[in-house]
Write a protein that binds this ligand. Structure first.
Ligand SMILES: [Cu+2]
Length: 157
């Protein structure tokens, strides 16, 4: 009569545990990639915000950043008063940025905002014009956020 016994060495258990961990990590990043690539531009309704200076004379506005839009995506600002632009990234994990390079309005703004974070851009418009802002982030070989609709514009009057 034969007796089969399964003896696992400590090394075998360690190898199995490490393999399980590798699979869990691969599944996590796989799902993350999937949500980042599939989460498509929710058809954002163009929203205009006309910003008036508050009691302290500052033109204060909040832009919410999502995958893949800015809300609102159209701001109207006025020449001469300081602006505080609050950028709030509501995306989970996905970083967004805000880039505005406009010679016409003499504005050069740039800010990176990590997922779930916020930042404030301060500037004072010195002349009227229109500038387009956008997010140039992209993941690997996927289309840039701008290509997915993440852009808007500022009118300075
Ligand atoms: Cu983005």
């Amino acid at each position: 009569m034969k007796i089969y016994r399964q003896n696992h060495t400590r090394e075998e258990f360690a190898a199995r545990r490490s393999a399980a961990r590798n699979i869990a990590v691969a599944v996590f990043w796989g799902l993350w990639l999937l949500q980042v690539s599939l989460a498509d531009s929710s058809p954002s309704l163009a929203a205009t915000l006309v910003v008036e200076p508050s009691a302290d004379g500052v033109q204060r506005a909040t832009i919410v950043m999502e995958s893949y839009s800015y809300i609102p995506d159209h701001l109207v600002l006025h020449v001469g008063s300081p602006v505080e632009l609050i950028l709030e990234n509501k995306s989970w994990l996905v970083p967004h940025n805000f880039i505005l390079q406009d010679a016409d309005a003499d504005l050069r703004l740039e800010a990176d905002v990590a997922g779930g974070d916020r930042t404030i851009l301060r500037f004072t418009p010195t002349r009227s014009g229109t500038g387009t802002f956008y997010c140039d982030k992209k993941l690997l070989f996927f289309k840039s956020h701008r290509h997915r609709g993440m852009e808007g514009w500022i009118d300075i009057q």
